[in-house]
Design a protein around this ligand. Structure first.
Ligand code: CAA
Length: 386
């Protein structure tokens, strides 16, 4: 494996770094303080081509490889996980699914508007009683002449209030189990789509999270993504991309923790010396650095396999597990390095910890990633109790 980035990838990374520092970092504290979902900033992100990085150019995307996408997401994640979440959801959970499962008409209808940021999308898989057990969808799609009527509830959906396009997973026939699941591309302007903001989150204050009530939402047959029975595979393949994106964003949090800790500890004086002179402080910086580098390599490996078109569910789960857990540990250590100064939002490390917390939960908990890894290694599923 070649660890060198190409010249183009280096340029993509430095451009994303510059964009993050100039446009995102300067807004992130105020947006978090004000719980402000910054649509102006989302527009700038879209103008950079970051909402459709891996979408082919013929559909309005940037046509980049997964490794390059990961480099962009890492930089944005260093700046603000709330904005990084927009990129992950839009690019991975919505656009990548349409690229893989969509008809030509669906690709032409949705992708250019999603890539340009004219429309935002959301991913409606999770329900109040359906989280890790994603196949157990209570939302129902009932067949009508030429279409379907959808009823149900979704929960913890990023951009539920702002999306124009919602990917809604629903059961068409409970007796078929996963084979009855289908994914529908719902126009949120339709009557019966009722989003509601979820308040009082621990982190991601600059992002939108909501529940969705679906009351007799009508869709045509043409709005189904894939066929009846493909719904679970659509969800899982989108999550293969989404988990990669979350992992890359968490490498950014880790990197931010290292950079902020080096900066602070070389400036802050105690006992007449910079605190970076003390071995116990250096030990924390060394631990953070190792976690950052290891997470980055795991993300790059998953991206490398995606770009070669090889199976990568295992490697993606390993990267997601390691990078998300590392981001939490690094943020906690970075606050320790900052002492009292890290406990308020003068430095980004306080926000890093609050924003990192959800990453070991959403898009598959750490426990689900371990079960996926364990099943792959042993050939035995420990997911369903015997
Ligand atoms: N790609 C394509 N197909 C896949 C796949 C993948 N990555 N993984 C599984 N499949 C297919 C399998 O091949 C299988 O197909 P067949 O029936 O034809 O053989 C079918 O899907 C069922 O596969 P499994 O037996 O592996 O499914 P399972 O029931 O064992 O899966 C699970 C269990 C892994 C726990 C899965 O339910 C899971 O990942 N749960 C977590 C859900 C999750 O991540 N939710 C987060 C939602 S997103 C979010 O957080 C919201 C947001 O806005 C941020």
């Amino acid at each position: 494996m070649d660890f060198d980035l190409t010249d183009e990838q280096r340029l993509i990374r430095s451009t994303a770094r510059e964009f993050t520092d100039n446009e995102i970092v300067i807004q992130s504290r105020e947006n978090a303080r004000n719980h402000h979902f910054d649509l102006d900033l989302v527009k700038k992100v879209a103008d950079q081509g970051y909402l459709g990085a891996v979408v082919p150019q013929e559909y309005g995307g940037a046509g980049l490889d997964y490794l390059s996408y990961g480099l962009i997401v890492e930089e944005i994640g260093r700046g603000d996980s709330a904005i990084r979440t927009v990129i992950s959801v839009q690019t991975s959970l919505v656009c990548s699914g349409i690229v893989r499962w969509g008809t030509e008409e669906q690709k032409q209808k949705y992708l250019p508007k999603l890539c340009s940021g004219e429309w935002l999308g959301c991913f409606g898989l999770t329900e109040p009683d359906t989280g890790s057990d994603a196949a157990n969808q209570r939302t129902r799609a009932t067949k009508t002449d030429g279409g379907w009527v959808i009823n149900g509830n979704k929960m913890w959906i990023s951009m539920a209030n702002y999306a124009k396009v919602a990917m809604i997973f629903a059961q068409t026939d409970p007796s078929l189990g996963t084979k009855g699941l289908a994914c529908f591309i719902v126009d949120t302007d339709q009557p019966g789509y009722k989003p509601q903001t979820i308040e009082h989150k621990m982190g991601l204050h600059g992002s939108d999270t909501g529940s969705i009530a679906l009351e007799d939402v009508e869709v045509t047959d043409e709005q189904m993504l894939g066929g009846v029975g493909d719904g679970f595979k659509v969800a899982m393949s989108n999550l293969d991309s989404g988990r990669y994106s979350v992992a890359a964003g968490c490498v950014g949090i880790c990197q931010g923790c290292v950079e902020e800790s080096v900066k602070y500890s070389t400036e802050r004086q105690q006992f007449g010396k910079p605190i970076a002179s003390f071995q116990l402080v250096q030990a924390m910086i060394a631990d953070m650095t190792v976690k950052t580098e290891a997470s980055r390599m795991l993300v790059w490996r998953a991206g490398f396999l995606k770009d070669k078109g090889q199976p990568n569910t295992l490697e993606t789960s390993i990267a997601k597990l390691h990078a998300t857990e590392s981001s939490l540990e690094c943020a906690n250590m970075a606050i320790q390095v900052h002492g009292g100064a890290g406990y308020v939002d003068d430095h980004p490390v306080e926000r890093y910890l609050r924003d990192a917390r959800v990453t070991t939960i959403y898009e598959g908990t750490s426990q689900i990633q371990k079960l996926i890894i364990g099943r792959q290694m042993t050939g035995i599923s420990a997911m369903v109790p015997a």
